[in-house]
Design a protein around this ligand. Structure first.
Ligand code: NAP
Length: 282
């Protein structure tokens, strides 16, 4: 039976550490502040933004929300980002996705100063990650790495297989693991022999968005299984991409959903805001 990774408890521990960090920064007259832009009234986004605001509040990070109506045009959005880029009191800027069509989210992400890009989506941060330079890394991949480190799970020399190649999870996570000397395979919807590839993984990460996608026959005995997926099952319950009950019997470590990677993502966002404030003052 696998050790079940407690992402909720780990995130709580990290938030407490970050709270102390903020106190230290405040003593040096540094006040980290996150600006969140939301366009439209997407219900899921409202919940995510509320969670981020709550986490900021708990840690002592200032928080300012910018709510734009769904008929906002690109010029208005870019102008707001420009204003926030230039405001010295703002350490980090987050544009909550999705934004309504026909707004171009990539153009908006690119407009955020890479120094305030706490989501790690700006091409400069993506490029810096690729060449192993200090940068802001997307929060979910960062959370996965933190889980592995905190549970003393070795990465160096391991075969890591990631299912999913999105710009926010799969690709940056592959770079993070490569930078830590893992041997990486990134799988996607056109991958052939997925089961065989996954069976070779010491660390198997699922970021697909389909419940029970990873079944026990895809998992090597003793593998570490990290489930990034968030799905609703037929009963409306939150589930991941992994068939937890059966895979748990084969894995050495496994993350549950909920309570695994999810809470770590918000904790890593807080970490990035504090990091941004520190770098800007240096
Ligand atoms: P995404 O952009 O939809 O990417 C899904 C990936 O899965 C794509 O690369 C896709 O391949 C691949 N895929 C789909 N069907 C496949 C198949 N049959 N075999 C192999 N690969 C397949 O999703 P995402 O944004 O990365 O998110 C993935 C999941 O993680 C979602 O459930 C999302 O809600 C969750 N998530 C969780 C957190 C968190 O904090 N826990 C954060 C972000 C996302 P193609 O590229 O070929 O289409």
């Amino acid at each position: 039976m696998a050790t079940i990774i407690d992402g909720k408890a780990l995130a709580k521990k990290i938030r407490l550490e970050l709270k102390e960090k903020v106190k230290d920064l405040n003593n040096k007259n540094i006040y980290p502040k996150l600006a969140v832009i939301m366009v439209g009234d997407d219900k899921a986004s409202q919940v995510y933004v509320k969670n981020k605001s709550k986490a900021c509040n708990e840690i002592g990070i200032d928080f300012e929300e910018f709510l734009l109506p769904s008929n906002t045009n690109m010029e208005t959005l870019l102008n707001l980002i420009e204003v926030l880029n230039n405001r010295e009191d703002i350490s980090g800027i987050l544009l909550q996705s999705p934004i309504p069509e026909p707004l171009n989210i990539r153009e908006a992400f690119n407009k955020i100063s890479y120094k305030k890009d706490v989501d790690g989506f700006h091409p400069i941060n993506v490029g810096k990650l690729a060449i192993g330079e200090e940068c802001f890394v997307s929060c979910t991949p960062l959370g996965v790495i933190k889980i592995l480190d905190e549970y003393n799970i070795p990465i160096d020399g391991k075969n890591a297989v990631i299912i999913g190649r999105s710009n926010i999870v799969g690709k940056p996570l592959s770079q993070c693991l490569l930078n830590r000397n893992a041997t990486i395979t990134v799988c996607h919807s056109k991958t052939k022999n997925l089961e065989m590839i996954c069976k070779n993984a010491d660390i198997l990460i699922a970021a697909v968005g389909r419940q029970k996608f990873v079944t026990e026959n895809m998992v090597k005995d003793g593998a570490v299984v990290i489930d990034v997926g968030i799905n609703r099952n037929e009963q409306g319950k939150l589930v991941g991409d992994v068939d937890f009950e059966n895979v748990e019997k084969k894995a050495s470590y496994i993350t549950p959903v909920p309570g695994g990677v999810g809470p770590m993502t918000v904790a890593m966002l807080m970490n990035n805001v504090i990091e941004a404030a520190t770098r800007q003052k240096n």
